[in-house]
Write a protein that binds this ligand. Structure first.
Ligand code: PEP
Ligand code: MN
Length: 258
């Protein structure tokens, strides 16, 4: 269903006026984790100032260690819903439990399925049974073929509104958190008709590489870029090393627009 051979024309997914897959770049920014109303509101203000229409933020955080901040759960989704109502932004947030999909659909506009759950087939099927767009991230050890099959699971249940997101893969290289597989973008665009984004935050894990990685993503044909923005990254409850603060975010966009 997701194959370009079956449907030669690009799938365009409209979310709050942004048409992912229409040939123009689209952007999703927001904090790694939802920590408080004020924290998300500060980012929402900056996102609006830049003229964007979506915000991200994790309420259910799939952390490597069980002792790290696990997210605010539904309380976090409540905050996101309030932000969405007040700022007119659509909300992208990760869901990790198939049993939460239906209820989460009342709070969020785009269901994110994270790298660690890319092959959680029950979760993929549950997301496929909704009418919400799904942002599907590539598993850190997934081949491109695995990734496309994961999208197929969602589409097989009737939901074809899927945005693929390259977020780096595990390799032997230690200079970056993951290795951004930049050529996955044109390959995914050749093999599927779905929009393809690049998450420059989790792929690089380095603030100094966000801008060059975003330039590379757009140059190679990505339909958009995702990155994390936090009012005070030094005290962030997750991904403190790589989120942009708000002035850096504005600078990032200024440079990228050039
Ligand atoms: C995220 O985007 O919040 C996230 C956890 O990323 P990934 O699933 O790509 O690691
Ligand atoms: Mn993060």
């Amino acid at each position: 269903l997701v194959s370009r051979k079956k449907k030669p024309e690009d799938t365009v997914i409209e979310i709050n006026g942004e048409k992912f897959g229409d040939g123009d770049p689209h952007f999703i920014f927001g904090p790694c984790s939802v920590e408080s109303y004020d924290q998300v509101a500060e980012v929402a203000k900056a996102v609006k100032e830049q003229g964007f229409h979506l915000i991200r933020g994790g309420a259910f955080k799939p952390r490597t260690s069980p002792y790290d901040f696990q997210g605010l759960g539904f309380e976090g989704l409540e905050i996101l819903k309030q932000i969405s109502n007040e700022y007119g932004l659509s909300v992208v947030s990760e869901i990790v439990n198939p049993a939460h999909i239906e209820e989460a659909a009342d709070y969020i506009d785009v269901i994110q399925i994270g790298a660690r759950n890319m092959q959680n087939f029950e979760l993929l099927k549950a997301a496929g049974e909704t009418n919400k767009p799904v942002l599907l991230k590539r598993g850190m050890s997934a081949t491109i073929s695995d990734f496309i099959n994961a999208a197929e699971y969602i589409n097989s249940k009737g939901n074809g509104d899927i945005i693929l997101c390259e977020r780096g893969i595990r390799t032997y290289e230690k200079a970056t958190r993951n290795t951004l597989d930049i050529t996955a973008v044109p390959i995914l665009k050749q093999e599927t008709h779905l929009p393809v984004m690049v998450d420059v935050t989790h792929s690089t894990g380095r603030r100094d590489l966000l801008l060059p990685a975003a330039k590379a993503a757009l140059a190679i044909g990505a339909d958009g870029v995702m990155a994390e923005v936090h009012p005070d990254p030094a005290v962030a409850l997750s991904d403190s090393a790589q989120q942009m603060d708000i002035p850096t975010f504005h600078q990032f966009m200024e440079n990228l627009r050039k």
